[in-house]
Design a protein around this ligand. Structure first.
Ligand SMILES: *Cc1c(COP(=O)(O)O)cnc(C)c1O
Length: 392
């Protein structure tokens, strides 16, 4: 392997590239998290985060990976034996389902072909049958990171409302928060699960629950055991900017800076940037003569593109060639997609030339690995970027 001079290209769909501004902001002495200086930081990030969820409800911050916040969403709202509906949109939905089963929740897991999002019409039909309201929650992964399909949560909400079903709506936004338009309040979501290391441009280590009034009421009755994840302890301490146990102080410095960056760019511009890079990426894939895994154009993800390998060619070998030759990491195929797809992350701290470099690396890799394709994908992406660039 050649000496890796220059920057590593971290083009997996999370963890993502951490901006220098965020790295510098975290380069601080650790302070007393019970001391007078801490509360201002705590209050600032707790308030600032609400904008990212497009919510006025409290956001709970855990020192945990996204998986922890999944668990928090379930154990705070549900009781052993409760029935929930989940959609098998891909590997992450499958893992959340597995967790629910381990916790003693009864799940109905609605299958898909792992090429699309959750189907609102199927949901509505199923809820309509549930006359006795035995279904306590509907769980959806907003952006399924294993497939690159984004479920339309507004339609999911409409389906629940159409039959006036009282189920809670729990949504995983770990790979869409701060990258794809997401509206906790407008869409009547009860618990939104987020993580730090994808669209929020932070290192791994923080995760979030944005919590509705209805979810807090449900938590007062919910009987699953919980202690570390208990919302009410958190929300009570958070009122004054503090935490019931030691928060990840230096990640909170980083979070403060990342929230500033998102605010400076403006969320609508952040969302548009991601859509534009996703579109350029799909143009490259089409020009190569390869297939985008997501089969529903209205559900194409803004944060990643999963690319199907031609039959008989191993995605992991392609990724290895690209890593060894060009020092770029691409996402693996997860679960049943292992070896069959590779995933290009185009989210977080990212711009046109980073995308140009990423797609050039993929195109050169396809040649070196002997994967049949047509030339000109990177060029097709450049053409789109140039045609849609905002000239200063
Ligand atoms: C990354 C991811 C997770 C898992 O998060 P961890 O931080 O690895 O625990 C869950 N759901 C989705 C949609 C993700 O993208």
């Amino acid at each position: 392997m050649p000496y890796p001079s220059g920057r590593h290209f971290l083009q997996i769909p999370g963890p993502t590239n951490v901006p220098d501004r965020v790295l510098r902001a975290m380069d601080m002495p650790t302070i007393d998290h019970r001391g007078p200086g801490f509360a201002a930081l705590g209050l600032e990030v707790l308030e600032g985060l609400k904008a990212v969820f497009q919510s006025r409800q409290p956001v709970v911050i855990y020192p945990a990976s996204g998986t922890g916040a999944w668990e928090a969403a379930l154990v705070n709202t549900l009781s052993p034996g409760d029935r929930v509906l989940m959609f098998e949109t891909g590997q992450f939905a499958s893992l959340w389902n597995k967790m629910a089963l381990r916790l003693g929740i009864v799940t109905e897991f609605i299958a898909t072909d792992w090429r699309r999002g959750a189907d609102a019409a199927v949901l509505e039909a199923r809820l309509r049958e549930d006359k006795d309201h035995t279904i306590k929650a509907v769980c959806v992964v907003h952006n399924e990171t294993s497939t690159g399909a984004t479920s339309r949560i507004g339609l999911i909400r409409k389906a629940i409302d159409a039959v006036a079903h009282p189920a809670l709506l729990l949504v995983d936004t770990i790979s869409s928060l701060g990258s794809i338009d997401y509206r906790h309040d407008e869409w009547g979501v009860d618990v939104t699960v987020g993580g730090s290391q994808k669209g929020l441009m932070l290192p791994p280590g923080l995760s979030f629950n944005c919590v509705s009034e209805k979810a807090r009421k449900a938590s007062a009755q919910a009987a699953l055991p919980r202690s570390y994840w208990a919302w009410e302890d958190m929300i009570a301490s958070n009122k004054t900017g503090y935490f019931p146990y030691t928060p990840a102080t230096n990640l909170l410095y980083g979070l403060r800076e990342a929230l500033c960056m998102l605010q400076e760019e403006g969320l609508p511009c952040v969302f548009a940037r991601h859509q534009r890079h996703a579109e350029a990426t799909r143009r490259a894939v089409n020009a190569w003569g390869l297939e985008v895994l997501c089969a529903a154009p209205e559900e194409y993800s803004g944060t990643l593109t999963a690319v199907v390998m031609p039959a008989g060619h191993d995605a992991d070998r392609l990724r290895a060639v690209i890593l060894e030759t060009f020092d770029m990491s691409l996402g693996i195929g997860l679960g049943r997609l292992a070896g069959k797809v590779f995933r290009i992350g185009h989210l977080g701290h990212f711009n046109d030339l980073m995308l140009a470099g990423t797609l050039s690396g993929v195109e050169m890799g396809l040649s070196l690995a002997g994967v049949p394709h047509r030339k000109g994908g990177a060029q097709a992406a450049l053409d789109h970027l140039a045609a849609t660039a905002k000239v200063a």
